[in-house]
Design a protein around this ligand. Structure first.
Ligand code: ZN
Ligand code: ZN
Length: 442
């Protein structure tokens, strides 16, 4: 007699998902109904890239896992808990990119972009992978828009510029209320001194810390300020404030960033607990939230300066600053705030056939119109004219072209205004001209 093990409910659920070919946990489809949002976000981002002088770069989705270990940090959540790694048949250990910055930095170095005019302003848009607990605004595959300014001199104006760019992205999407949180986490000179003070403060509260933070006390004390555990949260307010301990150069840099932001009237809040969870940051770090959606959806954009990153992967000291925004989170905010971007219907026309004989000819007319650059919708597989026109109506299209047997032999087509119902026969060779005329009047 065999004893069946009581099956774990969670495991069973996962197995069921595989059996019925559902998408993997935390991986979502982008559906046609989401498309107007994507279209709008991508076009605003591309417009800003052009206006701010950023050029597109796309590093591969797979990189050596070691790239992230070295830059993001072995103790970061991204590397320790969230990275998808895989061993190739050749034995390489690769990772699905958990963020853009290390890959873009590697590409900058490897492709000699450091020898071109500096700074290089680069942007990217694509999928990012993190093995996290899925929730609103947090999926395992999501999409980032990333802007990075690399090389040249260490000028705070670029910290302010990348912040201004992301503020413009939100404004371009009609997200008006936002909170910008800012902090500085110093440099190689002032950070070790601050860390010592931080450690000595937390040492006196060691018993109150969560297990992770007791480990961080040794491995990465700055992250103590980042912990969301209630017991650790309570200790943050009395922790020493880095902004009081910055060295003269870091302090001047931070002051300049604030002055540039004042100059373009971007409001900010100083947040001494903001450290960002990645090792490569230095000096300025920031996060931008939509007003009222801080808790629900999380940061819409986040980033900072990372002057030492290039050195950790074998390059020269390279001043750099950048940030990334999450497309799905932006969409979640747009939906929450009921900001919609209806598809532009104005230029669409509809082609219908009346009777099977005209269907072949309709196909040729369709192709010809599309070749000429018209946006033509159809429902040619439907037999009855009424059923076809119903589709045009449902899609809110104003002009329908109807090709029947009579028109076919006369080389004409009926142009019908679907709002007024008025129609006339137009010679096929004059059709393009007629459509253009009507679209102008609309
Ligand atoms: Zn410093
Ligand atoms: Zn903690």
């Amino acid at each position: 007699m065999t004893h069946a093990m009581p099956s774990n409910k969670k495991e069973e659920k996962a197995k069921e998902a595989v059996r019925s070919f559902q998408s993997a946990k935390g991986m979502h489809d982008v559906l046609p109904s989401d498309e107007p949002y994507w279209e709008k976000i991508e076009s605003v981002a591309r417009g800003l890239a052009t206006a701010y002088g950023f050029s597109r770069i796309e590093p591969p989705i797979l990189e050596f896992a070691e790239l992230y270990n070295k830059t993001s940090g072995e103790d970061s959540d991204v590397v320790q808990k969230e990275m998808y790694t895989l061993k190739t048949k050749g034995g390489d250990v690769l990772a699905l990119r958990p963020e853009y910055t290390p890959g873009i930095s590697r590409a900058y170095m490897e492709n000699g972009l450091s020898r071109l005019g500096q700074p290089q302003k680069l942007y990217a848009m694509g999928p990012i992978f993190r093995h996290e607990r899925p929730q609103l605004g947090r999926a395992r595959q999501f999409t980032q828009i990333d802007f990075e300014t690399l090389g040249g001199v260490n000028d705070p104006i670029y910290d302010a510029e990348v912040i201004a760019l992301f503020v413009d992205l939100l404004l371009g999407l009609k997200i008006k209320g936002f909170t910008l949180r800012l902090n500085s986490i110093g440099c190689r000179i002032c950070r070790p001194i601050y860390k010592k003070q931080l450690v000595s403060y937390y040492k006196s509260h060691e018993k109150e810390l969560c297990e992770d933070c007791r480990r961080r006390l040794v491995t990465n004390p700055l992250r103590l300020l980042d912990c969301k555990e209630a017991s650790c949260e309570a200790l943050k307010d009395k922790a020493p404030n880095f902004l009081d301990k910055l060295c003269v150069t870091c302090s001047a840099h931070f002051k300049s960033v604030l002055e540039y932001l004042d100059e373009v009237r971007i409001p900010y809040e100083l947040d001494h607990r903001l450290v960002r969870g990645l090792d490569y940051y230095s000096r300025t770090v920031f996060e931008i939230y939509a007003a009222g959606e801080e808790e629900q959806i999380g940061a819409l954009a986040a980033g900072g300066r990372y002057d030492y990153l290039m050195e950790t992967i074998g390059g020269h000291l390279t001043p750099a600053v950048g940030a990334a925004g999450g497309v799905e989170r932006l969409i979640a905010v747009l939906r929450a705030k009921e900001i919609a971007f209806p598809p532009k219907n104005g230029r669409r026309i509809f082609l219908a056939h009346a009777g099977d004989l005209a269907k072949k000819k309709a196909f040729a007319v369709l192709k010809d119109l599309r070749d000429r650059g018209f946006i033509v919708a159809e429902s040619l597989s439907k037999g009855s004219l009424g059923a076809q026109l119903k589709v045009a109506d449902k899609e809110g299209i104003g002009i329908a072209l109807i090709l029947g047997q009579k028109e076919m032999y006369e080389n004409t087509i009926i142009v019908r205004d679907l709002t007024s119902g008025a129609q006339e026969a137009v010679a096929l060779e004059k059709l393009a001209e007629e459509i253009k005329k009507r679209q102008k009047e609309q």
